[in-house]
Ligand binder design. Structure first.
Ligand code: MN
Length: 307
């Protein structure tokens, strides 16, 4: 597995995620944006939703809200995330599924736990990542890629101790089916004790690891990165990931990387543009209805997903 000779990227900084209330009041773990780390270009935000077990009637989500100028990526680990939008899309993201939504010029959508989970309760765990778009794509036509778990390529190391789901990019010979506007790596790793893999990662990419279960060693350092911590990766051409000896549970982590966009970022809530003027335009376009609205059927209104 080892890519001998490639300079390994070492951890330059560890950030512990903070808790934050989102949408109609659900809690997320958010490593960034945070004070001192506004973005990891091209990534604007990383939220871990849950893991949480909702009692019946307890689950809430994010009712109708707009986005413009970037992409939202939803990756479900557990539970069911229901969405619908002003372009008439409607669907459910289930465990292992990915929804890669390019908001582009603008979309209004809702993101809710499924009706079943709202009514009967259940476990919810997943991620939302915001990926920035370069200036010339910020006002592009909205686009969806909805990929069921069965189509997400998986691979394992020869010793079987490391496994990866390749959502974007390439690892251990598996190549993603999702098409990204700019070069992106998005991988979900599982590392048992004794796992030791080194995977190439383009030297121009900015990259980080976020551990969401157990603990893992990143790079050649002995210190472990713990659950809820993000490790920023320094320069190099490869990422080394290791399990921790004697660990009772496999480490789970996301490896995210991408080519930095390198443009000014002006952000206001759900809008991410290049200038303040463009933000004001986004607010005005939303308020005047130019980003559309969600048309609901009686059945969905009955679901009580939003007012
Ligand atoms: Mn959203």
């Amino acid at each position: 597995m080892s890519d001998r000779g490639s300079p390994i990227r070492e951890t330059t900084r560890v950030i512990t995620a903070h808790h934050q209330q989102e949408g109609a009041g659900f809690s997320v773990r958010r490593p960034f944006p945070t004070l001192g780390l506004e973005q990891v270009d091209p990534f604007l935000l990383l939220d871990e939703m849950g893991p949480v077990h909702y009692a019946p009637g307890e689950a809430v989500g994010a009712p109708d809200h707009p986005h413009r100028g970037f992409e939202t990526v939803t990756y479900a680990l557990d539970g069911e995330f229901e969405h619908e939008d002003s372009a008439g899309h409607r669907g459910v993201v289930r465990a292992g599924d990915v929804q890669w939504m390019t908001a582009g010029a603008g979309i209004v959508h809702s993101e809710m736990p499924s009706r079943r989970i709202r009514e009967q309760g259940g476990r919810v765990h997943g991620f939302q990542v915001w990926v920035n778009l370069p200036r010339q794509m910020k006002l592009s036509r909205p686009r969806y890629q909805e990929v069921p778990s069965t189509r997400i390529p998986e691979a394992r190391s020869t010793d079987g101790r490391a496994r990866v789901k390749v959502i974007a990019g390439e690892a251990l010979g598996a190549r993603a089916v999702i098409d990204t506007h700019t070069p992106i790596v998005f991988q979900d790793w599982s590392l048992e004790a004794g796992a030791d893999v080194t995977v190439p990662l383009a030297s121009g990419y900015r990259a980080f690891v976020y551990v969401f279960a157990g603990a893992a060693r990143v790079g050649n350092a002995e210190a472990a990165v713990e659950e809820g911590q993000l490790a920023m990766l320094g320069p190099g051409e490869a990422v080394r990931l290791r399990g921790v000896e004697g660990a009772s549970v496999p480490a789970r982590l996301l490896l995210l990387g991408g080519a930095p966009i390198g443009e000014p970022v002006a952000r206001y809530g759900p809008f991410v543009m290049n200038t303040r003027q463009e933000l004001l335009q986004a607010v005005e376009d939303f308020q005047s209805g130019r980003m559309g609205e969600i048309t609901r059927t009686a059945e969905l209104r009955g679901g009580g997903s939003t007012a």
